[in-house]
Design a protein around this ligand. Sequence first.
Ligand SMILES: [Zn+2]
Length: 276
Amino acid sequence: MATRSSGLSELRQQECRRAARDLLAQLMVGAPSEIDLETLAYKAAEKVGGLVIEDGGLDTAEGRLVASPGKGGSIRVKAGLHLGRRRFTIAHEIGHFVLHPLVPHDRQHSARDFTIWNDASEEAEANVFAAELLMPEFLFKPRCRMGTPSLALLDSLKNEFQCSLMATAFQYVHYTNEQVALVVSDGDQISWVKRAKDFWPMVQLGKIHPHSAAGERVAGKAGDSGKMVRSPVYAWLMNVENDRERDIMEDSRFHDYYGRTITLLWMKEDLSNDRE
Ligand SMILES: [Zn+2]
């Protein structure tokens, strides 16, 4: 399978997901609520004394990992984080310890590190690991295939799995069989796109189109879309600049925590039916 020349390769993503599932297999987990991170942090470094989770003692960072090769260490999380963010932060730090075992760690993470999913970077690797640890395929896939695509659906999955919205969105686009794509924007610029396997059109990069719901929000003309709304295909997709007939569904929300807009695109009607 071809991978993009830049970005985290599909093969490496599979390795990160497999490492998370291998760790999780050490527990008898049958439901999302049984994914116990204290135990997993210990198991991840069991032979060398475990990773201890401590709360508080951080100013600006959300999380910090201090550990050495062949030794255990500690994960510190910012006090007062809501449960989903706390869990994602801990899972991200476990990810570094598992995936990057040959270097001493003293890493601090801010919310912005949790918006990096597509780069060929250790941050993206730890995020993919964390998503799979908290929302493993065998629990997540059947649940994500119930219900129609929307950010409200992602909210309910996020709550059930006690995770973060961006991680849930990434995992959803990976495991759904709907024709959806996730678009993450910074200000009026699209940062990255992840398409579900059946979402065949290419999504525009660069500046958010003013005729999209996300574009209207950036321009101050509207708030979050609040639900799936119709937007013209030319506002999101490549090679349809002159198509004034067809629409694509869009659900966009600005997220204070990340300082990013999260958009879920959905081809409710398969555009290939009347593709020229
Ligand atoms: Zn990291």
